[in-house]
Design a protein around this ligand. Structure first.
Ligand SMILES: Nc1ncnc2c1ncn2[C@@H]1O[C@H](COP(=O)(O)OP(=O)(O)O)[C@@H](O)[C@H]1O
Ligand SMILES: [Mg+2]
Length: 232
């Protein structure tokens, strides 16, 4: 479980996150939704200790991110909105292997994990391709593969559908669903698009750095969505 307790955060003077109290349960598919600039990415970066609270705490499987950054970094994978910045190596298979090479694994073990991940995401055909030459949908899958290879328990997808055409959107949505339902990975989907909530069980609605709804998707109503600046 990821627990966020009385979280406040500021980059400079102004608080961007204010008194956030949420729990993300293991196995859930949770969407964090809110208008542009409401603080979604800032909040999510606290889950894997990319950011640490100005006040309050974030606890990942019982360990406070302030003290156990490495734990949070390992447990919570992050597919960034600008996933192109996530590429480190120019060849697809090398890029996916990058994180694994920092662990003390045998070479053939790395090759095996990369192969399995390529197959899982159905991108084995591009393993030798240059990451600059593939489509954005494929780039996103390569970024995801690099995250999946590390076997995280939680994965944050930061606005994964915004850069994609309809087919790639459908593909990433169905991958998220499978990762959650089949592989039992806890999925945290950040979005400002209501149709992205399709597979979410729980929804956390953010407005100007505060949570204005936290509960089952079925309990959402037009009024509250409107209040958050989303078109219902
Ligand atoms: N690195 C930063 N330094 C200063 N302000 C930032 C930084 N990143 C984001 N912000 C500000 O924090 C607010 C929330 O941003 P963000 O978390 O990216 O929102 P969202 O992901 O919901 O669009 C915005 O007003 C944004 O301008
Ligand atoms: Mg964002």
């Amino acid at each position: 479980m990821i627990e966020v307790k009385n979280l406040y955060f500021k980059y400079d003077e102004k608080f961007i996150l204010k008194n956030i109290n949420i729990e993300i349960k293991e196995g859930s598919f949770t969407a964090i939704i809110g208008a542009n600039g409401s603080g979604k990415t800032t909040l999510a970066k606290h889950f894997n200790a990319l950011l640490l609270p100005t006040k309050g705490d974030v606890i990942v499987d019982g360990l406070n991110t302030k003290k156990y950054e490495i734990n949070a970094r390992k447990k919570v994978g992050f597919v960034f909105q600008n996933f192109e910045d996530q590429m480190v190596h120019s060849i697809v298979e090398e890029d996916i292997a990058f994180g694994l090479e920092n662990l003390e694994l045998e070479n053939n073990e790395i090759i095996d994990i990369v192969e399995k991940t390529l197959n899982k995401l159905k991108i084995k055909n591009i393993e030798k391709d240059n990451v600059n030459m593939i489509s954005s949908g494929q780039k996103q899958l390569v970024a995801l593969a690099g995250v999946l290879a590390m076997k995280p328990k939680y994965i944050v997808f930061d606005e994964p559908t915004t850069m994609l055409d309809i087919n790639n959107k459908k593909n990433i949505m169905s991958i998220m669903k499978k990762l959650n339902k089949k592989d039992k990975i806890t999925v945290i989907l950040i979005t400002n698009i209501l149709s992205d909530l399709k597979y979410a069980d729980n929804v956390i609605l953010i407005k100007k750095g505060t949570v204005i709804f936290d509960g089952k998707k079925s309990m959402l109503n037009k009024k509250i969505l409107k209040e958050a600046g989303l078109n219902a």
